[in-house]
Design a protein around this ligand. Structure first.
Ligand SMILES: [Zn+2]
Length: 167
């Protein structure tokens, strides 16, 4: 299913992106300010616009979302686009929760990186998106951009396994 968003008149899209940026730089400024610092640290990496936010392809192997800025792995390592869809969902979380996004971001970082949780996911085959901050980001990103995120494939795999009774 392809997005029909391209049919949206250019002027409407520009107004939407402008409103998005204004919100990211006001209500969502705490995360955007942090994002700007990370952006500066990755200034030499390739950048681009992604539905109103600023996308940077950095050398890390995972994605990060901080307000107006998202960071995704370089092309060639993994398909960066489905990761960007998920990270875009986090930027919408920042629009909704404003300063409280930092709490969500902290929960996401712990869930993604603390060895205990990494091990738990691997050993018990628990999907990454079973953490509420991640599931919510995925839903927001997929709905806004009308295409699958990185977790879509994982969910399919997980459901198939469950059906086979391996979980
Ligand atoms: Zn996430």
């Amino acid at each position: 299913m392809m997005s029909h968003k391209k049919d949206t008149p250019h002027i409407i899209r520009m107004i939407r992106y402008f409103a998005y940026a204004v919100l990211q730089l006001s209500w969502g400024i705490p995360a955007s300010a942090l994002g700007f610092v990370v952006f500066l640290a990755n200034l030499t990496r390739p950048h681009g616009f992604f539905h109103g936010c600023i996308l940077t392809r950095w050398k890390n192997l995972s994605g990060l979302s901080l307000g107006l800025f998202i960071f995704v792995p370089e092309v060639g390592y993994r398909d960066a686009d489905p990761i960007a869809v998920h990270e875009y969902g986090h930027t919408l979380q920042n629009l909704i929760t404003g300063p409280f996004y930092l709490i969500l971001g902290f929960i996401s970082l712990v869930w993604a990186n603390v060895p205990k949780y990494v091990r738990m996911r691997r050993e018990h085959d628990i999907p990454y998106s079973s953490c509420f901050t991640e599931e919510w980001a995925t839903k927001l990103g997929e709905k806004a951009l009308n295409r699958p995120s990185i977790e879509a494939a994982e969910r399919r795999r997980w459901r198939a396994k469950k059906k086979l009774g391996r979980l």
